[in-house]
Design a protein around this ligand. Structure first.
Ligand SMILES: O=C(O)CCC(=O)C(=O)O
Length: 283
């Protein structure tokens, strides 16, 4: 079977995402869960995202996400360049991508989710886009706030953000679901990896379970032929774990253009109407 016929690539090209089932073992998920849960419970080793005005009843105050642990933590770094992920990415992308980010989300019981968004809005990769590898460390479903995606939105531009519902999302912005498209929950078993295109609209709901975590280890990559990425994502590594210098620091995502869907004779077209920062200022 050629790479072009791989089921993972066929689904990725048609829907903007693809699930690689059982890529990591239960033992590996246990080890990652323990390692990163211990890390956040002792304060996050300098990687925990700082929350400005904390509502102390919010479970995310105790379990904020970790940002960029790979920059000095060897476990996160090894995950980012794991050969299984590198192989999948090489199947999915024309040119082997470059690695720029790791994150850990904990989402304990009662925690809000992250409203619908597109990762390219933050990374602003030029030319091209980014791709995520999202490893489920716990089984994920509607109850504990699995990831949700809007299939087919990988072919649209970055949309202008609007205000999110603060009861449901810890981020203040979201993007509208384009007309005729629907939000789909992605149920996963621990050890499954979800790959998704940086333009794909995705997010997650609240964890309404009594006592379940929904932990995930995430890495973000950019097109191998990209010339720039937002200045916040340096250094840039190749999948052999070496720092590369061909990518330049670009403007961050807020400075990039954004569009809105318009219906035109039964077809949806996307009109670029301004910048993300102007849209944010308007709400
Ligand atoms: O896991 C989540 O709740 C959101 C993660 C996400 O949006 C991302 O990885 O880009």
């Amino acid at each position: 079977m050629s790479i072009q016929d791989s089921p993972l690539k066929l689904q990725f090209d048609s829907d903007g995402y693809a699930i690689a089932r059982g890529r990591f073992s239960s033992d590996e998920c246990d080890a990652y869960s323990k390692y990163f849960t211990d890390m956040i419970e002792r304060g996050g080793d300098g990687y925990a995202e700082i929350w400005g005005s904390a509502n102390l009843n919010d479970p995310l105050v105790r379990y904020p996400r970790l940002m960029q642990p790979h920059r000095s933590d060897s476990v996160a770094f090894s995950f980012m360049i794991d050969p299984r992920i590198a192989d999948d990415l090489t199947t999915l992308c024309e040119t082997p991508p470059l690695a720029v980010q790791t994150m850990v989300y904990y989402k304990p019981a009662g925690a809000r989710g992250q409203a619908l968004h597109q990762d390219q809005r933050y990374l602003n990769v030029q030319p091209g886009t980014c791709i995520a590898a999202w490893l489920a460390l716990d089984d994920c479903d509607d109850e504990n706030g699995c990831l949700t995606v809007v299939p087919g939105t990988h072919n649209i531009p970055v949309l202008c953000p609007i205000a999110s519902d603060p009861e449901q999302s810890w981020t203040g912005e979201t993007v509208p679901v384009p007309p005729g498209m629907t939000v789909k929950p992605i149920h996963m078993k621990r050890g499954d990896v979800l790959y998704f295109n940086g333009q794909l609209i995705h997010g997650s709901g609240k964890n309404i379970s009594k006592d379940r975590f929904r932990r995930t280890l995430i890495a973000h990559y950019i097109d191998g032929a990209a010339e720039s990425v937002s200045k916040h994502y340096f250094p840039v590594w190749n999948l052999a774990g070496e720092i590369v210098s061909q990518v330049q620091p670009g403007i961050d995502g807020e400075g990039g253009p954004c569009g809105v869907p318009r219906e035109d004779e039964g077809e949806i077209r996307y009109e670029i109407v301004g910048s993300v920062s102007a849209a944010l200022a308007a709400h």
